[in-house]
Structure formats: C-alpha cells, structure tokens
Design a protein around this ligand. Sequence first.
Ligand code: ADP
Ligand code: MG
Ligand code: MG
Length: 894
Amino acid sequence: MPQYVYRFSEGSKDQKDLLGGKGANLAEMTKLGLPVPPGFTITTEACRAYMRDGHVPPELRVEVTMAVREIEDTIGRRLGDFHEPLLVSVRSGAKFSMPGMMETVLNIGLNDASVKGLAEFSGDERFAWDSYRRLIQMFGKTVLGIDGEHFAHTLDEKKRTAGAATDIDLTAEDLKELVAEFKAIVQEDAGREFPQHPREQLDMAIEAVFDSWNTERARLYRRRERIPNDLGTAVNVVTMVFGNLGDTSGTGVCFTRDPSTGHSGIYGDYLANAQGEDVVAGIRNTLPLAELETLDKKSYDDLRQAMRRLETHYRDLCDIEFTIERGKLWMLQTRVGKRTAAAAFRIATQLVDEHLITMDEAISRCTGAQLSQLLFPQFDGEAERHLLTKAMPASPGAAVGEIVLDNAQAIERTSAGAKVILVRRETNPDDLAGMIVADGILTARGGKTSHAAVVARGMGKCAVVGAEELDVDRVSGEVRINGTVLHAGDTIAIDGSSGEVFLGEVPVVDSPVMIYISSGLEAGLAAAEDEATKELVHAIDRVLGHADDVRRMRVRANADTAEDARRARDRGAEGIGLCRTEHQFLGDRRVYIEHVVLAEDDEARLAALEELLPLQRTDFVELLDAMDSLPTTIRLIDPPLHEFLPDLTELAVKVALAKERGQVEERDVKLLAAVQRMHEQNPMLGLRGVRLGLKIPGLFALQIRAIAEATVELRKAGKNPLPEIMVPLVGSMRELQIVREEAVRILAEVGAAAGVTLDLPIGCMIELPRAALTAHRIAEEADFFSFGTNDLTQTTWGFSRDDVEGAFFADYLENGVLTISPFETLDADGVGALVVSGVTGGRSTKPHLHMGVCGEHGGDPESIHFFHDAGLDYVSCSPFRVPIARLEAGRAAA
Ligand code: ADP
Ligand code: MG
Ligand code: MG
C-alpha cells in the first residue's frame, strides 16, 4: 500500500516527483530547522489515483485524519474548535511550477462557531471575521466554482457604503455583514450552504486542488511548456499563520539576490497587516523589504538569516514567501527562483566567484535557449519610438516593415523589394505563402500554440500574436490599434521578444552579446551600454569558454558561400558540416543547366558541363580558403534538376502564345518537352541526390574534379584545404560504391597531373531509413557519415515538411499527437532510433567511423544532448546557432 501522506519532517527537496516542488521544499526547510508551520503533503500518487478512479483512495482519508491529529496534538489546537481553532491552508503544488494555474484555499476550519473562538483567542474580532470572509470567498470561487466577480463586487460595494478606502478600513461589523452576504452568494450560485464542517471543507478543498490539475487553462499551460499531463499535483496542508493580525503582522516575498543581476542584496516586497496573495494582488502598495528593518528588526534579522541559510543550502538564487505573525517569522515557501536569460549567466558566474558552485555547475544552469534569446537583433533602445500595443511574444526577433493584409499584397510588395509584416486576425494554412515572404507576423488572435506562432517559430521568423487591441478590418482595409488607424503600406515594427508593436520605423541593432560572439570580447564590451551588460558579456565569455573546454563534440556550421563560411568561423565554427552546392547552379548559371538538359548526346552534355568547371573551381577555392585548415564537407548536388529550369506552366503558356503569333522558338519547344519529361509528382522522393548523379553521367564528376583542382591550387599556394566529399540521399551501399569508384579515379587523375596525392575523405548522408538500417554495409564504402535529420524526419514520418507544417501541425500540437514539431526537436523515439541504428551499424564495420549531423537539429538544444549521447563526433548547424551548439555540447558533456 503506498504512503499517500508525508509529514514535512519526512520529505526532502529531491522528492519533487512525489511531493511536488512546494511540498519537497517545505520539507527541506523543515529539515533545515527553519520556522515552517506544521503540516503535511498529500502525494502526486494520490492525485493520480483520484484521476484514475474518480474518487480519492479510502486510505487517504485515514492518513489525513492521522496527520491532522498529529498537528492538533503538537500545537494544542483543534480543527473547528469553539475556543482555540486550528486553521489550515490547502495548497496545490506540482512538480513543475505552474504560476497562477492551480488553486490554494486559506483559513480552512472556520465556521460560524469557530470564528468566534478565533476572535476570542486572538483578541481581535476584526481579524477573525476578515479571515472568515476570505475563506468563503476563496472556497466559493475555487471549490464551488462560483464566479469570483460576485464576491469582488460585493466587497467593493461594502467598502463604498462603509466609506472604507481599502479593505483594512472595514470594521468587524462590516465584515460580519459581508460574511452573511457572501454566504448568500454561495447559497444562490452553488445551490448549497457554505459547508460548516471543517473536515468537509478540508476534503472538498483537497479534491478541488486535484481537479484544478485538469482545468482547461492548466492543460493549455502544460501543452505550451511541454509538461506531461499525467504527473498530477501534490496537495500541501499547512497550519495557518496570520499576517493579518494587525500592524505587527504582515506578509512578503523576497529573493536571496537580485534576480536580474545576481548581485546579493535585499530584494523583495512587504505588506503589513495582510494575508497571502495580497502582496502580489496589488491591493495596497507594498513596502520595499529593506524597510522591514525599521518596522520589526528581529523578524528582519531572522529573515536575513533564513535567506542566507537557504542560499547556502541550495547554492542558487531562491525566492521565498514568508509571513510574520505578531513579530514571529514563518517561512511558507521557497524554490530556486526563475530568472531572465541575462540573469541566468550573471548569477551563475557570480556564484562561481563566491565559490558556491563550480564552472561545470555554472554551465548546467545556463541554457542554449537562454543564450539564443540574447543573440537576436534588437530595436535600438536609444531611438524614439511610438508604442501601439503590447501582446504575446511568440517568436523572437525584431522586424520592421510595411503592413500587408494578405498573400497577394505580401508577394507583390516583397517582389518589389519591400520588407513586409503580415497582419492578420489569425492565420491559417492558406496564409503560408505570405508568411514565407514576410519579415514578421502580427495577429490579433491566438496564443503561443496558434498557427501563426507555431509556423513562425518553425521558420525562425519574428511573430507577435494575440494583440487583442488590434482590429483587422479586411473589408475597409483598415488596421485599428488603440485609436490609431493604419492601412496596407504603413510601416510598423514588432518585437517578438517583448511583444511590443511600434508605429513607424525603429532602427534595429545587433545585440552586444551577438557583437561579442562575432567580433570578440573587446568589441562586445565596447558595445555594452551599461555596467550590467558588460558583466553579462563577461559572464557569457566565461560560460562559453568553459563549454568549449569540456565538450566532446565539435561544432561545425552549415554554410554555402565563402562569406557565410567566414561568418561561421568568426562565431567559433570548427569546420563546415554541410556546404550545399546547388547555389552554384543558380542565377546566370541556369543556362548551363539548360545546356546540360537539352544536350542531344553525351558529347554535347560533357561540353556543357565543361563550361561549368572553372566557375565551380573558383567557388571552391574561395570557400576552402576561408575555411583553411578546417574540415569542409561539400555535398554533391542534391535537388532535382528541374528545379533549375523554368516553371512548367509558365513555359507552356509562353510557348502557346508564341505559337499563336507564329514565332515560336525551337529552343523553347525543346525546353518545354524536357521540362514536361522531367516533371515529377513527388520531387522530394524523385530523381535527386545520388540518383541524379548516377543518371546523368559527368555531373558528379564535374563537381569532384572542381573540388580536386581547387585543393591542388590552394596547396600550391601553401594553404591547407581540407575538403570532404559527401554524397546525398544514399539508400544502398552500391550507390555509394559507384560514386566512390568514379571519385577515386578522378582524384588520382588530378593528383597525378599535379604531382600530389589527393586522398580526400568520401562519405555520405544518412537521411533515408534504409541507409540507417543498412549502415553496416554502407560503412564499407564510407569514410564518414553525416546524418541528414531533416530528410530523415520527412521520410520516417512520411511528412513532406513544406506541405504539412503549416497545414496541420498546430492541430497536432493542440490534440497532443506532437509535443513539438519533429523538425524543430529531433523525435528521439522514432527518428532518433534510426540515428542510433546508423551509428551502431557504421561503427560495427569501422569502429572509428567519423560521424556528425547536418540537419537543422544540429542547432537545437535538446537534440544536441541526444546526439552527444548517441556518440556523434560533431554537430553542424546554421552559423547563427553555432554559439548555442557550443554551449549545449558543453552542457551535454559536463
Ligand atoms: P501559489 O502557488 O499560487 O503561490 P500558495 O499555495 O503559495 O499559492 O499560497 C498562496 C498564498 O497564500 C501565498 O502568499 C502563501 O504565502 C499564502 N499561504 C499559504 N499557506 C499559508 C498558511 N498556512 N499561512 C499563511 N499564509 C499562507
Ligand atoms: Mg506561493
Ligand atoms: Mg537531404
């Protein structure tokens, strides 16, 4: 039989799964000898049993009785007693904090009789009736489901008729009347009496806390924060202590150090003669905590002492809820405090300097996600700006552009070179075309899992959603925000990190952290405007430096041009994991591809390819020069050739029109025939990658020769180019074998002509399930593997990324099929299993086979940890994410 109830003296901070965060920390504080009111925690297991069976386990009732009696005996007061009643609070507390999501009820145990006992025993009638009205109010709202507005409204009315400025000005008589009115509301709205029996109150409150786990908003919150739905919440029953017992009492919240800079000091708020939520509810103005020293020196000193105790014990910034009852301090809650991204780095290094944690611990406390927030460009804080509204920040970044209201406008304006912000009430899959070309997205509806938010994050595009004050009128073409009327073409600026929307142009600048990453410490410090930002830059330098020291995986970048390569190198990339060569066939060079496609015989085709050779060689010379001495993986051409040819429909129309005029060109007719011939229903699964290389003789040979000649040229110039040749979309060992034989021949030929040995590594992408499953065979022909997790995700799920992401991912997230897009974070169970199979297979043939990943997952924090565990040698990601990958690879190894 499981134990459903734990006394505070029994638990510890490591039992968050069972006792929830609040319960585990109350137990820990009790163990530390801090003044925690007596109490106990009902486990999450009891909640799970309740959710499964539809009623609380019978044993729970018995265990609660025993635990309550123990408290009663310890402090010599009884629940519901007419003279000296014991009161308790019933508080929710899940493993992960879900602020404001779940319920707490204070003052359980008061009824028409015990309220008089409380008045007598405390000597404060006003206080007793204030506590009672709070109980009915909270119980009515959270347990009986009555609209809180009814109570709030009646309270306001009472204050008005009594001429009371705030709630503490209400007299005992006022409060007695209020209690009667509140009871009437309960009778009216809930159709039952306010329960007088304390144990009934207690049991109902416990069940209400269990139920609060499954409210709509709690489920929504968990979906957003990716917290599993089946954990359940614990319930804490805590002896009430009273901050509302006059001026020598009060309640407050504090931090053990400044939550934004990490500096130690006195940070918090205090409110005299108040209970519970009053501090945060903003009912009256709070005092800065430091002023408590003059009000009540003893409690203040005790609190300082407790703060130091906690910080030493947790070795981290803690936040604390406390109450003072007639000059006696009580601790009601603590936890390791939430913090901003910047604060995470500052606090971690600050604690290292105080010798409270090691550098390994410091990097475990600073995440790649936090670092990435600090890297986004930001609006120039100095610039003048006109705030229109503030909504939900859904996808970070800063974007400025003209308002466009639909796809057509978006495409028209961007083709004319404008930057645009797509403004919609909400988006749906039909808006995808507009979203793709827009610089930013702004919607009036929807939250962080709305279509706009999900798709924008997937595209790495700045988005602000749920701007309630925004009115998008498609009929009149007007956009109204808080009295300002705008039209398509007007400029706005949106901040995806803060949710702010500005009118007109706002200049965008690199963040000081970004400047530090790309140009070094000196430059970063120079860009920092204040002391706090300088400290931040220093902190990041130390944290990243340590991550670089401890990580096992190398970090490379995906870069196609010499310019991108240099940028990646500046940011700490240790090579290129993926250079796509398709850009080398675009622009002016499209005509050569036309020649290749239209060639009537082998000779003509080879001649056409020959024209491309010098161009490609120059590209590779520049790239390899930029990456001198660092490994550079060059992928042979991957996309279907028709992607480089004119669009089928456009060309067909052109030819038809020309025919009508009787001036059709022979070349266009041929080209149209070729395009028709090459048209594919499903190009993603069609003639591309290695298939193309085998089908069109000379195509891969051209690229390999260009790489070989570029290498020779650079070596002659005394450089150290380190190219690696990578074959895409391999599914069978034989495919790679054929390409490899040809490559070896070309390398030997070019090498012989130049009098050097060219044994460049030749490897392949593992991006098809079949490749992952037959990796032991493929490894016979490969010098390295690079996992292409984008294609591997598409082919494992059977998802065509471009088609499905905007179409139904928002629904899939909503109904829980997915918790996050598998294109954002690697699907460890499915795609990850294939990666592991590829690694194991490859290394069973060649124990030291070099392996990396070059899909977008290479820059995703969670996926990076997976790749570390899987044993990969490196990750490769976009240059922007290189610092994030460095940090996460370090965290994975530390
Ligand atoms: P939340 O998780 O929303 O912070 P809590 O369970 O911490 O909810 O409780 C809400 C408020 O009630 C807090 O300010 C807390 O300090 C106060 N509170 C809870 N239990 C007691 C108690 N036994 N005595 C006095 N105040 C309490
Ligand atoms: Mg709390
Ligand atoms: Mg691919």
